[in-house]
Design a protein around this ligand. Sequence first.
Ligand code: NAX
Ligand code: K
Length: 519
Amino acid sequence: MYLVTAEEMRAFDATAIQEYGIPGIVLMENAGRTTFHIMKTRLGPDLQDLKVSVVAGPGNNGGDGYVIARYLINHGAEVETFLLSPRDKIQGDALINLKILEHMTSRIFHVTDSESMNVAARKWRESEVIVDAILGTGLNSEVRSPYRDAILEINSSQAIRVAVDLPSGLDADTGKILGCAVKADITATYGFKKVGMAVYPGIAYCGDIEVVDISIPLPAIEKNPPQAMLYSSPNAATYYGLRMNPEAHKGIFGHLLVIGGSPGKTGAPAMAAHAASRIGAGLVTVGVPAALNSILEVKLTEEMTAPLPESVPGFLGITALERLLDLAEGKRCVVLGPGLSTEYDIPEMVQRFLSSYTGWLVIDADGLNALSGRMDILKSTEAKVVLTPHPGEMARLTGKSPREVQEDRIGTARKFAVDFGVWVVLKGAGTITASPDGMIVINTTGNSWMASGGQGDVLSGILGGLLVQNIPPEEAIPFGVFLHGLAADSLLEKVGNSPMLATDLLQEIRILLGGKREE
Ligand SMILES: NC(=O)C1=CN([C@@H]2O[C@H](COP(=O)(O)OP(=O)(O)OC[C@H]3O[C@@H](n4cnc5c(N)ncnc54)[C@H](O)[C@@H]3O)[C@@H](O)[C@H]2O)[C@@H](O)CC1
Ligand SMILES: [K+]
């Protein structure tokens, strides 16, 4: 499902109006009428005497509200409309619809000062339904009064809250709350879901979301497709059709190299390797410091190990580089970083590996930390790089604080991906995949039980395991992220709330890929 920014939505509206000749007021009518029908389905069928307050702001979002008020009145609801801005500021299609409403009813109240706000707030508390038509995609900064006061009052009422296009106060592009926002029960959004409705914290303010077709012409969408998508319900089996080929052999499915491990961190490369096998990599070799090889030999059964020269016992470093590059030769994909550590000359080894290797390269954990401050290498490397940072690692890579990263997850991931020509998988609730051309995919699976050790190692193995099978990155990466989260959701459903080990997910992935549910 596509997601749009405010600017993309404005462009679609403008194209529909200017290039295709659909009058703006038709779009507004479509928006308002369909929202009314959604309300009727959910709150009706009989709307007779339903007490509804429509709270309207200064722009076209308010205009949608007047249309909704009109249909509600036509169907017997007891509607009161509240104008939060001076009437002389209302223009265009919104003004036309306000005038129609003024012909139909005298129950239109002007909220001009604190006294009239108190009166309005009392009425809102007595309402059964409040339609929030205060601010939509035109919001461009922290919400100012009187809209702020109105939003806080609306949130304190017991009424069912229906947001028009998006909850007022929500940043359509980032999901950030601009000071305060309406906590909606239902959001009817126009044309496309807005990006900010698919990421936290915005997502938590929308309630149930209904996407309304306001009649943006399909050719306009095909010509300029939105730059973000929500990823859900892919057909896992699609990628495994090749397995049905009786002549398949393990070479077809690629040979993955995992590089990592240090004292105390041998589980990480083992989990990554095992996850890659589970997702279907043909062969997996783990390159580890020689001193740790026998430990990995015990941990791994299907996967091979390659003991590497060490700078310091138990740690990789520059001395391993030549052998690493030999091992990577002919491998379609390398996973670099699980349990690697950043001690001694490991960062230099990582950097030099990047300047020679040319295949797919998934960089996680200490592999990412080894890049901090040396990002120029990402620009010059010929490797096709996938970075899988959590917000803390992303913060280190960008020089931002983790909070700044979280406040604009999409913008941060997209900018980094485009600037450095890499794929970025920014982990966390609603993991974001950003491609080098700026396309964004937001994941829909996963739960908080995934916040446990080893999950990142498993994900890096899944991604490496998919890329090594020659699945195109734009499919492999969002799919791997999706499947990882889906395994956690599926386990939660079966087992209930109990701690989830990273490796518990591997068996679940097997069941999901097989398309069969365990009884
Ligand atoms: N033709 C179109 O463009 C269509 C637009 N539609 C509706 O129109 C909305 C967008 O309309 P507009 O562009 O008029 O914008 P909005 O109605 O979202 O609000 C813009 C108004 O809010 C004020 N404002 C902006 N930031 C503020 C802040 N921080 N605090 C207080 N006031 C602030 C601005 O001064 C402006 O008057 C959409 O969300 C959608 O609901 C729909 O009717 C469909 C068609
Ligand atoms: K709104």
